[in-house]
Write a protein that binds this ligand. Structure first.
Ligand SMILES: Cc1ncc(COP(=O)(O)O)c(C=O)c1O
Length: 372
């Protein structure tokens, strides 16, 4: 078998090693100076006034939802085509995720479907910038203001993306949550960041990530319910270094995406990620194709694996997962666009250092497999 090609691989080198060793030698492994340094640098990268570092994208989404006031019995309108965490966090607060179908081109929440899903108990919209492509925020903001709803953005996959009306994803003011798992554009191993405009939201999130402690309180004094959702100094040190090389890594992902597009051209009925349109710009995270209808996607995964090429069904529809079926009574056919995409989508190996010849090998194999 030829050399294996992994699905994802972070870019980590000596600068990261040095930064982590420095923290170890300092003896301060949590709540040290790297936390505010990372937060400030990140906020400035996305053009947000404030940012709060947290232990993961999931915990960031949880705190952001609490901060905008989502609670028991509320409804939150969101996309069924996402990583399961964006719906789970709603359930954490005993609120109800209400799904609306996606746009077949961008694969993001369809604003019209989202507005149709708004009801009396709706408290917030939770759009996801899926696969790094910006959701239609100008339209979703109009809907939110018509119905007096809060917005929390799931930007876990969209670092480096930009909206057609100017701001970077994360810079519109609503809490926008990023994730730093090892496959992301920037990684701290595990980690996340909430970017936002309002200082009061940052204060609440900073307190709730740290067991409910106010900044001026003593170590074991807590004035509200909180969690341990802190990000360690080791992770913050990694994040600072990764941020320094972020633009370079984003550019390398964009080059890899352009090469894939070229290498996969002409495969009949293969769906490719939508191109940037109308001024929206993708922050490249994954390269997800949709296999032609009638082609068995899971068989494609197995055939690629037999040649040492890792790929993954990405993503399954959330409403059809057994927990969501059982808890909320969902069934097939509710969100046809999402279900069609989810059944055919396939993430191919994609990372900044993927080589041209690796891309060509993936494309060649994929072409042979789906053309039989
Ligand atoms: C769209 C989306 N939302 C939420 C998350 C959750 O982030 P984390 O894994 O850092 O908790 C992820 C990350 O995998 C994601 O892709």
């Amino acid at each position: 078998m030829s050399e294996p090609i992994p699905l994802a691989r972070p870019v980590l080198g000596e600068p990261e090693e040095r930064a982590v060793v420095e923290v170890l030698r300092s003896g301060q492994l949590s709540l040290g100076p790297r936390l505010p340094e990372f937060e400030r640098a990140f906020a400035s990268f996305v053009g947000a006034p404030h940012a709060s570092a947290v232990s993961s994208g999931t915990t960031g989404l949880h705190l952001a939802l609490r901060a905008v006031g989502v609670g028991d019995g509320d409804e939150v309108v969101t996309s069924p085509l996402s990583f399961v965490a964006s719906a789970n966090v709603v359930v954490y607060e005993r609120a109800h995720p209400v799904f609306a179908d996606i746009d077949p081109v961008t694969l993001n929440l369809d604003p019209e479907a989202a507005e149709a899903a708004v009801g009396e108990r709706t408290r917030a919209l939770l759009p996801v910038h899926l696969f790094g492509y910006p959701a239609d925020m100008p339209e979703l903001e109009r809907i939110a203001s018509r119905h007096d709803l809060a917005i929390v953005e799931d930007a876990c996959e969209a670092l480096g993306a930009r909206h057609r009306d100017g701001p970077a994803v994360g810079g519109r003011g609503h809490p926008a949550v990023f994730g730093f798992y090892a496959n992301k554009q920037l990684t701290t191993g595990e980690g996340g960041m909430v970017a936002m405009a309002e200082e009061a939201l940052k204060e609440r999130i900073d307190s709730e990530r740290n067991q409910g402690r106010a900044p001026d309180m003593g170590w074991l004094d807590h004035d509200r319910l909180g969690f341990n959702y802190r990000l360690s100094e080791l992770a913050c040190a990694l994040g600072i270094v990764q941020l320094g090389r972020l633009q370079e890594m984003l550019d390398a992902r964009a080059v890899a995406a352009a090469r894939y597009r070229e290498a996969l051209a002409g495969i009949e009925d293969l769906g490719l990620p939508c191109e940037d349109a109308g001024g929206d710009r993708r922050g490249w995270f994954v390269f997800v194709v949709q296999v032609p209808r009638g082609c068995d996607r899971d068989e494609v995964v197995r055939a690629l694996a037999a040649d040492g090429i890792q790929s993954k069904p990405y993503l399954p529809a959330i409403h059809l997962m057994s927990f969501y079926r059982e808890r909320f009574g969902h069934r097939e056919g509710e969100f046809p666009v999402c279900e069609d995409v989810a059944a055919r989508s396939l993430a191919l190996p994609f990372f900044p250092e993927i080589t041209e010849s690796q891309i060509e090998r993936v494309a060649e194999r994929l072409r042979a497999i789906v053309s039989v």
